[in-house]
Design a protein around this ligand. Structure first.
Ligand code: TA6
Length: 274
């Protein structure tokens, strides 16, 4: 199933399976495409994304680790280093139902000391997508970790997208610096950047063309983001009209996860299309 492609010095792993076609970049260990057997693309990738390793890839399912959002020290990059580092292919095995492929982040190439930590991502791809992000803390100290699987979902039209599952969950609105809660399914027609402060068992992203059901485990919050028109135009690697064809729904640990010495944690996101 596995083919390795070298595009301007960057490695991309292509999986061609009867049930799906997928692509994962070595840079960031990032899923950047998943087409199911009916040819529908589940993952949004900006057509102006940098694919040469010079910046995190805009789109796909970037890994935010070992922190989510801005760092305390603003000389450090937003969302940490995992999406800025090369990842090593560990193994790939499959059958008629699915392929399981794993990568290990090359933390020794980070400009900060991440030694005695291990970060492994496992993609289990078939009729649906499972992403398992596994952190091992081999140090003698407790690791304070925030992280997210920052998935960009590909949708036909944001104006007819309905988001179900966020009702009655308190959220922090990062744009308006206030909290909120809503009673009804959500439709988006403005910039949104919210952290929903609880694990939401089942999230549905509904448009005429696709109905995604998103779940997971090991998370304490769900981040919802769409930069909208002005936000997209302000980012050089975000197609100007891209905001109308994507929504980010991210399983995250933003509420103070601690991984004890010689302990581990797995963050999982699962995506089905019904
Ligand atoms: O998705 C939530 C968020 O933290 C937003 O605030 C926005 O910054 C987005 O991530 C994208 O961040 P990036 O560093 O990839 O431009």
């Amino acid at each position: 199933y596995l083919k390795t492609l070298n595009k301007n010095g960057q490695l991309f792993y292509q999986l061609e399976h009867p049930k799906f076609h997928a692509e994962i970049s070595q840079f960031g260990g990032q899923l950047i495409s998943f087409k199911d057997e009916s040819g529908v693309e589940w993952i949004w990738l900006s057509s102006s994304a940098k694919l040469d390793g010079s910046a995190p890839i805009r789109g796909g399912a970037p890994i935010c680790w070992p922190w989510f959002g801005p760092a305390q020290d603003n000389s450090l990059p937003q969302h940490g280093y995992a999406r800025r580092l090369p990842w090593q292919l560990l193994d790939c095995e499959g059958d008629d139902e699915r392929v399981r492929i794993r990568f290990s982040c090359q933390l020794d190439q980070a400009p900060i000391d991440l030694s005695n930590l291990s970060l492994i991502i496992e993609y289990v791809l078939g009729d649906d997508i499972t992403i398992n992000l596994h952190t091992e803390n081999l140090t003698e100290k407790t690791l304070n970790l925030s992280q997210a699987i920052h998935t960009y979902f590909n949708i036909s039209d944001i104006y007819q997208c309905k988001l179900i599952g966020f009702e009655q969950i308190n959220y922090e609105d990062k744009l308006a610096s206030k909290s909120g809660v809503h009673k009804h399914p959500l439709s988006i027609s403005y910039p949104v950047d919210r952290v929903y402060l609880d694990a939401i068992e089942k999230i549905e992203i509904c448009t005429d063309e696709s109905h995604f059901v998103v779940s997971g485990s090991g998370y304490d919050s769900v981040v919802l983001w769409n930069p909208w028109k002005e936000g997209a135009e302000a980012m050089g690697d975000f197609d100007n009209d891209g905001f109308a064809h994507m929504i980010c729904v991210e399983m995250a640990n933003t509420q103070g996860l601690q991984v004890g010495s010689h302990d581990s944690h797995t963050l999982t996101q699962q995506i089905k299309r019904i």
